[in-house]
Design a protein around this ligand. Structure first.
Ligand code: NI
Length: 207
């Protein structure tokens, strides 16, 4: 599946590794009123979307109703932050054990130009067997990103033969009714994510 990369490309990838990480870590401050890390979020975050999943099928946010969802915005070419965060999401789901089955992990690409359904189909199983990869047209991605207050932009350097994406890296916990229940900052330990999700699940069963 993986092509052998010329040594120069490998060297460049290594060179931009730290840069990419730095860019991604330079995340914008969370929107006002958003208590990040397991609490209440501004009700205006999130909303409906219709995108294309990694099998090529159209999928709307309705498909996520009835279960929790952990939504992450990223891109497959990301050298560091995205794979790290997707790995953390997978660990959080494992941590939840059986309850983890009530959570659908979702990655929405902010790089639809490169992230076709075919590319996503190769990428998502590397992290979790239930991870859903979503892509769409530039306009569809712009729309959903705006709804989630996700900032992203193409980052180009004349010395690279490829581009990177600068983007915010929050994980959104969406409840079974489609409301964003929590946001987790990049680097939130998976066990903290799992604990917050458990808390939300318990609060729902109690009410
Ligand atoms: Ni990234």
């Amino acid at each position: 599946m993986h092509r052998k990369l010329p040594i120069i490309v490998v060297t460049l990838v290594v060179a931009v590794f730290a840069l990419g990480a730095w860019l991604n870590l330079r995340v914008a401050e969370p929107p006002e009123n958003a208590a990040v890390g397991g609490m209440v979020v501004n009700v205006n975050i999130g909303g409906p979307f219709e995108l294309t999943d990694h099998t090529g099928a159209r999928m709307s946010d309705d498909a996520l109703r009835g279960k929790y969802a952990l939504i992450y915005f990223g891109y497959t070419f990301c050298p560091d932050v995205c794979p790290t965060e997707l790995g953390e999401i997978a660990v959080a789901l494992d941590e939840l054990g059986d309850a983890g089955k009530q959570v659908t992990p979702v990655m929405i690409t902010i790089d639809p130009e490169r992230d076709t359904p075919e590319i996503l189909a190769e990428y998502v199983p590397l992290f979790h067997d239930r991870l859903v990869g979503l892509t769409g047209t530039e306009a569809e991605i712009k729309d959903v990103a705006e709804k989630y207050r996700v900032f992203y932009r193409r980052f180009e350097d004349p010395s690279f033969t490829f581009y990177l994406m600068d983007h915010t890296s929050f994980v959104y916990l969406v409840d079974p009714k489609g409301a964003v229940a929590s946001m987790f900052r990049y680097g939130t330990p998976p066990e903290d994510m799992a604990a917050a999700i458990r808390q939300h699940m318990r609060a729902r069963t109690d009410s």
